[in-house]
Design a protein around this ligand. Structure first.
Ligand code: GCW
Length: 713
């Protein structure tokens, strides 16, 4: 008893001393409650394994660190199987045979793991087993998570396998250290110091990814600088790959399609030219010589000014297949992005589908098409991209945006798991009811060679990695959903809160509720009912629905999307408009086409709607719009109350930092509401319903606001 009291005392001192600046993310190994302490004390005295390699070493170290944090005890690594051992078992090892696990491991996904408590040979054992060392590392982190979230139980039997093989982060980091659409400081990658000096954050980053199952990354921007493939950069890439490897993370690179011109002095980058092909073949050889497990190329081609095969009259398939051939002998793949929209007189939302469908089935078997969740561009809410499920003979993968380009940067608390979940669970109907985006990308409905998912990263040099403490939850959620898209957002939120803040049920409940609501809140205070792209020119932070830049591409201006007039508002994508509805599989095309059946959350995405149109609530469209904006503002104000009431549960620093960001978010929400309502009112000529709060800004003043927020590129 005395010992426990002493331990508790020393833990509180440790807790007191430890700065809670967010740098430890969800990997905070703090003392657990006394029941769990006893349970752990009872179970873990040693760690045993017979397979020692760099990855298993990491798992051992992580366990030692965690147990030390949880119960203050140093556990030793034992060469033999002793009582009260935590046993790490890799497929193919003696131990796997001895413990009779091999048959089960043979049937499992290579990254999968099982965790089991057992009494074997009269010994109490906790087994973490996987066909591979990486899987053991994932299992280890999961076991730690179970302890942190209070979910460890004595008789447990858990088997877990990933839904996607490639769970990838795309960094939009430039070689000069800035990050396109990054809001957490400069890039983590110090290109000028590499390969000789390795920042300690490389391994810390890899560890955080491994803890949530992320196993692939692209360090550089898809608006790619050709230099990344130059002879001086390849050793830098190798140095990063070497750090990431033991954590099970494969390195990929974003490439500039015109690299042979920029680096190889070739006349052009035409994929039909033998010289060009040879240049890529040789480049692939050079890369694999340094990085034998290199993953492959990510390509943004013929999009927003990037070069591509169409510059030479060739197709996406020609371009992708040339690169695919270069990588094939080494097992690499090409991830070719579908984010394309030529400056044409067509609906931008239709462009990717129009451009890619003709090449369905024409891509090499080591090419996968990366499609953003929605058909336009990571807006607060979009319907899913109609390419999902439509491409029957070409694997597609989902690209999500973790960084909050269109969701208040790192100032707004927006938990993205519900947005990701909404996309993954969207029914494409392409193979009958239940053909969700998840199922058309995870191999369930089409035997994909590559089952992959990507998220645009939100990490940078900031001490807390993501700028906003709650933005860490989006990195976490992406990893958890990439592993298992069936996990509910609520469960993910609760896990994250328990690991990142604390386990108190009342606190967890309130904060989880707040996080879940935080997905709809910005939709309401920025762009409710299917509105989209009302953002300011040059940055995507504040509202500028009135924005007009002479000479700018029409589809870069908000008016193109909202079409507000005296008659009404919204983009007519029905059959009487752009016809985009027919890119969706029946019955969705008819559902979206008919204003009576189109879900109201998408109504202004698909329809141009009269101001006095009756909504399901019985209100007119104008009133409903005003109500939605108000609801967004009210929700964020309520977040402030929830947070302020939770002070006792949170360390000082993180409490104050989140509190101050919530104030910004509240002010911004009012800014958005006033800007949009006052501007749209110049068309509707209708009063803001009198029971709602009155605007506190003048439209003319709002129009003068010009934030000095550069593109971040
Ligand atoms: O979301 C838009 C961004 C660009 C980005 C582009 C893309 C990397 O505004 O900054 O460029 O999409 O996804 O390629």
């Amino acid at each position: 008893m005395l010992r426990i009291l002493l331990l508790i005392f020393s833990f509180s001192v440790i807790k007191f001393l430890q700065a809670e600046d967010g740098s430890r993310l969800w990997l905070r190994y703090v003392p657990v409650c006394s029941i769990m302490q006893e349970e752990l004390d009872n179970r873990i005295a040693f760690i045993h394994t017979d397979a020692v390699n760099p990855t298993i070493k990491l798992a051992l170290e992580e366990l030692q660190l965690a147990v030390k944090g949880f119960i203050g005890k140093d556990i030793s690594v034992s060469k033999e199987l002793k009582d009260r051992s935590l046993v790490l078992v890799v497929g193919g090892s003696q131990l796997a045979k001895k413990l009779k696990l091999q048959t089960q491991l043979d049937k499992m996904h290579r990254d999968g793991y099982l965790i089991r408590s057992a009494n074997l040979y009269n010994r109490k054992l906790t087994i973490i087993a996987s066909p591979t060392a990486t899987g053991v590392l994932y299992g280890t982190f999961h076991w730690i998570r179970l302890v942190q979230t209070g979910a460890l139980n004595a008789g447990m039997q858990e088997v877990s396998e990933p839904k996607y093989d490639i769970r990838m982060l795309n960094h939009w980091d430039n070689l000069n250290g800035t990050i396109e659409r990054g809001y957490a400081g400069y890039s983590l990658w110090k290109w000028s110091e590499l390969p000789n000096k390795l920042s300690s954050r490389y391994a810390a980053y890899a560890r955080a990814n491994a803890s949530i199952g992320i196993n692939a990354m692209v360090p550089n921007n898809v608006n790619a600088n050709p230099l990344i493939l130059s002879d001086s950069y390849l050793p830098k890439l190798k140095a990063l790959a070497d750090v990431f490897r033991p954590y099970g993370i494969k390195l990929y690179v974003a490439v500039n399609f015109a690299s042979p011109v920029a680096l190889g002095n070739l006349q052009n980058a035409d994929p039909r030219e033998i010289e060009v092909q040879e240049w890529w073949n040789n480049k692939a050889k050079d890369i694999y010589q340094l990085i034998p497990d290199f993953g492959g190329f990510l390509v943004k081609a013929n999009s927003e000014g990037q070069p591509g095969p169409m510059d030479y009259g060739r197709t996406h398939a020609d371009g992708a297949n040339m690169l695919a051939r270069a990588l094939k002998p080494f097992g690499g793949i090409v991830i070719w992005r579908a984010f394309v929209y030529k400056p044409e007189d067509r609906d931008r939302a239709m462009m990717a589908y129009l451009e890619f469908m003709p090449y369905d089935g024409k891509f090499a078997d080591n090419v996968i098409i990366q499609v953003k969740n929605g058909p336009v561009d990571f807006q607060p809410r979009e319907p899913f991209s109609p390419l999902f499920g439509a491409m029957k003979h070409t694997p597609t993968m989902l690209e999500l945006q973790i960084t909050q380009e269109y969701l208040g940067f790192s100032n707004h608390l927006v938990f993205l798991a519900p947005l990701f979940e909404e996309t993954l669970k969207s029914d494409t109907y392409t193979q009958g009811m239940g053909s969700t985006v998840a199922k058309v990308t995870d191999g369930t409905l089409a035997p994909n060679n590559y089952r992959a998912i990507a998220g645009v990263a939100n990490v940078g040099e900031d001490t807390n990695w993501c700028g906003h403490h709650f933005a860490q939850a989006n990195w976490f959620a992406f990893g958890r959903q990439a592993w298992n898209h069936e996990l509910g957002s609520r469960q993910i939120a609760e896990e994250w809160i328990k690991m990142t803040f604390n386990n108190d049920p009342a606190f967890v409940e309130k904060i989880a509720e707040m996080m879940i609501q935080s997905r709809e809140a910005p939709v309401n205070y920025m762009m409710p009912l299917g509105l989209h792209h009302l953002f300011a020119w040059g940055h995507h932070y504040g509202p500028e629905p009135w924005c007009d830049v002479p000479g700018a591409r029409a589809d870069w201006l908000p008016k193109y999307y909202h079409n507000a007039s005296e008659k009404g508002i919204g983009f007519n994508r029905t059959r009487s408009g752009s016809g985009a509805v027919d890119q969706y599989h029946p019955p969705l095309n008819d559902i979206f086409d008919d204003i009576q059946t189109c879900p109201e959350k998408y109504v202004l995405w698909f329809h141009h709607v009269p101001w006095n149109h009756r909504m399901k609530s019985g209100r007119t469209l104008w009133d409903e719009l005003a109500y939605k904006y108000q609801e967004g503002v009210d929700t964020v104000r309520n977040f402030q109350k929830i947070w302020d009431r939770s002070e006792q549960f949170i360390d000082k620093q993180r409490f104050a930092e989140v509190q101050s960001k919530l104030r910004i978010q509240s002010r911004d929400a009012v800014w958005w509401k006033d800007a949009c309502l006052l501007y749209f009112q110049t068309f509707s000529h209708l009063p803001i319903p009198f029971e709602l709060e009155r605007p506190i800004h003048n439209l003319e003043d709002l129009k003068k606001i010009k934030l000095d927020l550069k593109h971040h590129n």
